[in-house]
Design a protein around this ligand. Structure first.
Ligand code: NAD
Ligand code: UGA
Length: 476
């Protein structure tokens, strides 16, 4: 094993691989960082001269890319060459919930991780430290080790037989603040057995993170801690959303309840914002993964406890769509509804598991016509999520009452609001907190409703504009 890492390869140029490697490249200019992916289009976009075309929108990311790309940060599809030359390989591929077969609906699908392990086993030369960056079920490192050692025993006759260490180094960044989270993490977690391998990975992070924040554990604790962290965060959101429903029924206000409980240091104030239900690619997947693990070990009460976090989230999203229909006199058929925000949270273009998908689908099912606005999500992406095609309307089209188009993507905020019976805020984009409600009121169909699932609107301003108003967890 070398005494320092000179070359890194990251397999998977996604929401984690891209930003996390960009920050390593920025902080460690002496290390060559190659990010590889099988998705040619994604790699093309990472290499695009127009930084607005990067495949991921993250505040601050384009600056880091501009500084490091083609200096010591490279994006390519050259898998073999980059694996061969790497001292350390990060596996940062997708690990979605299995859709069929054993454990379908709960267990993680590890086929991409397994494929990576096989590629690494096949092409690596010398000693390679393999780092699990993807979120994985506990004991996945064992699977990776088995695959690597199977190839090793095949090559016993080779003079330079490849050797491996496997570490777990889960990522805790949140989308929308990925660059900040990577630059100023609460902690970095490294799980493993070989002290030197752990030290080499720690050395990389210690370039910009103080050593007391770099935690070392055994490999299984590290894998489990990642799932547990996401499960605890998701649990807080389901908890506060459940309390929000009680607030609406009783006259309490969920914002006041959050403040009151959050100022107790033992509880803390973060992750207590009631919203339309948690989305994102990981919370649901990771909680279900934990459920699967508990079931696997016969811990049914544990499994049921965690599964209720996901059940409540599903119920909560439906509760919002039902409530909109009820407020609009029990039917939304043929009514125009403006959806503000399609991303699962602000400052990202990611729509995976966004609450907007369920809520829009419910309203479309009820026959509503949706005008969807989001500053970063593209129409094509919404089309995939809703599984229903549409087109961008030009001026002439807009004058035609086209019954076939049940939803459209509208670029202009006030055009999205024009002629609507209701506006539903689903993502907390900053521009939605500055809407001129008097102006909006003049162009909406009466009686008009504003539904604020993110608590970003000033209720007084909406009331002054003579609009009906509902917001999450407000029983007043
Ligand atoms: P992603 O889907 O955005 O990116 C994964 C990439 O891996 C894709 O571009 C895919 O083409 C590529 N890939 C798959 N198999 C490959 C192979 N054999 N060779 C080369 N490339 C391959 O996923 P993501 O959001 O970056 O998540 C990756 C992992 O990180 C997941 O396990 C996730 O749970 C975890 N995670 C995600 C976040 C987040 O904010 N998105 C945060 C922390 C942890
Ligand atoms: C989450 C975790 O916060 C990260 O630490 C973790 O690395 C990541 O999952 C992962 O493993 O993928 P992310 O999903 O990007 O990050 O974003 P969050 O800020 O956690 O938000 C998740 C969802 O919860 C969003 O829909 C958000 O709107 C919602 N949320 C969050 C609330 O409804 N209320 C809150 O108080 C906070």
């Amino acid at each position: 094993m070398k005494d320092k890492i000179e070359s890194i390869c990251c397999i998977g140029a996604g929401y984690v691989g891209g930003p996390s490697m960009a920050v390593i490249a920025e902080k460690c200019p002496e290390i060559k960082v190659n990010v590889i992916d099988i998705n040619e289009k994604r790699i093309e976009r990472w290499n695009s001269n127009d930084l607005k075309e990067l495949p991921i929108y993250e505040p601050g990311l384009s600056k880091v890319i501009e500084k490091c790309r083609n200096r010591n940060l490279f994006f390519s599809t050259s898998i073999r060459e980059n694996i061969e030359n790497a001292d350390m390989i990060f596996i940062s591929v997708n690990t979605p919930t299995k859709v069929k077969g054993l454990g379908a609906g709960k267990a993680s699908d590890l086929k991409w991780v397994e494929a990576c392990a096989r590629q690494v086993a096949k092409y690596s030369k010398g000693h390679t430290i393999v780092v699990e960056k993807s979120t994985l079920p506990v004991r996945t490192a064992e699977v990776i080790k088995k695959i690597l050692s199977a190839y090793q025993s095949d090559s016993t006759e080779m003079p330079n037989k490849p050797t491996f260490d496997v570490l777990s180094n889960p990522e805790f960044l949140a989308e929308g603040s990925a660059v900040y989270d990577l630059e100023f993490p609460d902690r970095v977690l490294i799980g493993g057995e070989n002290k030197k391998a752990i030290m080499l990975l720690s050395q990389i992070y210690s370039k910009w993170i103080s050593e007391d924040k770099i935690l070392h554990t055994n490999i299984w604790s590290s894998e489990l801690a990642k799932l547990t962290a996401n499960a605890f965060l998701a649990q807080r959101i389901s908890s506060i959303n459940s309390i929000g429903a009680i607030c609406e029924a009783t006259g309490a206000d969920v914002r006041e309840v959050s403040r009151a409980i959050g100022s107790d240091k033992r509880i803390g104030s973060r992750f207590l914002d009631s919203g339309p239900g948690f989305g994102g690619s990981c919370f649901k997947k990771d909680v279900l993964n934990l459920v699967y693990l508990a079931e696997h070990f016969g811990l049914l009460e544990v499994a049921n406890f965690w599964e209720s976090v996901v059940h409540l989230n599903n119920w909560h999203k439906r509760r919002i769509s039902n409530l909109v229909v009820q407020k609009l006199f029990g039917t939304v058929s043929g009514k125009n509804i403006t959806i503000l925000g399609f991303a699962f949270k602000a400052n990202t273009n990611d729509t995976r598991e966004s609450a907007a998908i369920q809520i829009c689908s419910d309203l479309l099912e009820e026959g509503a016509r949706l005008k969807i606005h989001d500053p970063k999500v593209k129409r094509e992406q919404i089309e995939i999520c809703l599984n229903a095609p549409t087109k961008e309307l030009n001026k002439i089209d807009k004058n035609i009452h086209n019954n076939e188009l049940m939803w459209i993507k509208e670029k202009n905020l006030y055009e999205a609001i024009r002629n609507s019976d209701a506006v539903i805020i689903l993502t907390e984009w900053e521009e939605y907190s500055d809407i001129n409600w008097i102006k909006a009121s003049k162009i909406m169909r009466k009686p008009s409703w504003i539904f604020d699932s993110r608590s970003i609107v000033n209720p007084q301003k909406v009331n002054e504009a003579n609009l009906n108003f509902w917001r999450i967890g407000d029983g007043s």
